[in-house]
Design a protein around this ligand. Structure first.
Ligand SMILES: [Zn+2]
Length: 74
């Protein structure tokens, strides 16, 4: 692992955390209310990182790609 990857990884949810959030939501995207497969979703910080949210499973939600893009795009 390069330093870059290590620095990045503490802000990124790992597979286990994503699956935990996915199962907690039962595969439902909280934004559009539709069901998706895990592979079709992206992890998002419930409390944004810049507001002090940490990269733990409890702060992870899975959004479908479309919602995650809409949310992030300004
Ligand atoms: Zn969605």
């Amino acid at each position: 692992l390069s330093n870059d990857l290590r620095n990045l990884s503490f802000r990124t949810f790992d597979k286990k955390q994503k699956r935990e959030a996915y199962e907690r939501q039962k595969g439902i995207c909280p934004h559009c209310g539709k069901h998706f497969e895990l592979e079709e979703m992206e992890a998002d910080h419930i409390k944004p990182w810049h507001e002090g949210g940490t990269t733990i499973a409890e702060n992870c939600q899975m959004l479908c790609r479309n919602c995650n893009r809409v949310k992030g795009g300004k």
